[in-house]
Design a protein around this ligand. Sequence first.
Ligand SMILES: [Zn+2]
Length: 282
Amino acid sequence: MPESPEVQEAARFLDERSAGRTIVSIDVVLPKALKTAPESVAGLVGAQIARVGRIAKMLDVELTSPGNGIRHVVIHFGHDGWVLWHDSAPADLKRSGPATLMARVRLDDGSGFDLTDAGQWKALTIHVVDDPRDVPAVAKLGPDPAAPEFTQAQFARILGGRRKQLKALLQDQTALAGIGNAYSDEILHAARLSPVVHAALLTDDEVARLYGHTRAVLAEATTARRGIPLAELRAAKRAALRIHRRPGERCPVCGDVIAEFTYSGAAAQYCPTCQTGGASLA
Ligand SMILES: [Zn+2]
């Protein structure tokens, strides 16, 4: 699933190319992707893109149109959704890669972008709303740990108030917005903390360490993804991960073998020496 560093770069890329452009068509190819009324999309033709931003793991396309005021298209990628850019958008609605074409937006200079989904369940969703907080997934988000104003005191309160294991807490969008399975593994490895330790049991030193590494891992990944084409961003993420999806490889810190266990139905990785005092979580 795309997480905040990759979605941040996708938003930056789309903002740079599409802000100020007018929408000439929006085709929703798979109707179930659209979670608001069909008319909500038709009403956007002729609207101008004001900006493209990121909310947690979602894209927020802000539009202005003469009769309609400000509208937002909020895109949740789900597990395997993504966005692809066309300098010249194809005239037909054929997919342009291996993933299913969910929707295509065409702009007034001939460019455009596709929303795609490569997964079995086609979980990408589109909401057209007046305010992003009208989207249920946005309304319940916790603070974004990549935001400049996010403090260690805020982080400590979130950890202290939840009876949850660290990995679950880092991925819980109502606690902290933007982190998923991959970056939670990377953050916990960098902070040398067990994925299954309870958040409320951390010492002050451990809270400080986890805060620092949460911020650093997200910031470094976001910087490293700058300028990478949309079609290559997900592969760039995978290549940069130090332990996630690398079971059996050597830990880059201590040389131990990276271990794997199943967590909330997904494969997660950790280093026994760095994180669990040698204990196996499998
Ligand atoms: Zn290690």
